[in-house]
Design a protein around this ligand. Structure first.
Ligand code: SF4
Ligand code: SF4
Length: 180
């Protein structure tokens, strides 16, 4: 570096702001593209489990029974796969990093009351539809049974009539018929 360039750089560094931040003394600044951590809007999530299936590091757990969505941030590699595949668009990546820690925690989030009510209503409607379908199937089976009974009665009556006309009151055919 020539002396002129050296002096220029020195002067520029003297008057410009420092390239580094005084973190943690001051708040950190994040770039637009920074991938900090995954957040879930529990007002939109329906616990479908797609994110859990798509996560390559198994950082997400969806528990439909207790209605929670959990994430282990230390296992997350911020690949965005869960965000891009969430059908409800409830996942996003916040720019901020999570707090540093000495243990690998898991964070659990409960479904919002609104979503719980919506899922309960969906389950109620599904049960109603299933009961209706079962009722229809039973009624179809019973009407098929009734038709079969009617057909049998007709057949018996026809046989009796034909036996009566041939002189066999039992309708069971002649002794010779039976032997054959
Ligand atoms: S994919 Fe989206 S809606 Fe489904 S469980 Fe994950 S966060 Fe919830
Ligand atoms: S960003 Fe990637 S690694 Fe992190 S939870 Fe989503 S799918 Fe898993």
């Amino acid at each position: 570096m020539s002396l002129v360039n050296f002096v220029k750089t020195e002067l520029k560094n003297l008057v410009s702001a420092p390239a580094t931040e005084k973190y943690p003394d001051g708040p950190p600044t994040y770039k637009e593209v920074t991938r900090g951590h995954v957040v879930n809007d529990m007002d939109l999530c329906v616990l479908c489990g797609v994110c859990q299936m798509r996560c390559p590091t198994k950082a997400i757990t969806v528990d439909k029974k207790v209605q929670t969505w959990s994430i282990r941030p230390f296992s997350c590699i911020q690949c965005r796969r869960c965000v891009d595949n969430c059908p409800k668009k409830s996942l996003s990546i916040a720019k901020e990093y999570t707090e540093p820690d000495v243990i690998k925690k898991q964070f659990d989030f409960e479904l919002s009351e609104k979503q719980k009510a919506m899922l309960a209503e969906q389950a109620r409607q599904a049960a109603e539809r299933a009961a209706l379908a079962a009722q229809r199937a039973a009624s179809a089976a019973s009407s098929a049974g009734a038709e079969l009974g009617q057909y049998r009665d007709q057949l018996t009556a026809q046989r009796a009539a034909s036996a009566a006309s041939s002189g066999d009151p039992t309708g069971a055919g002649s002794t010779e018929d039976k032997k054959q």
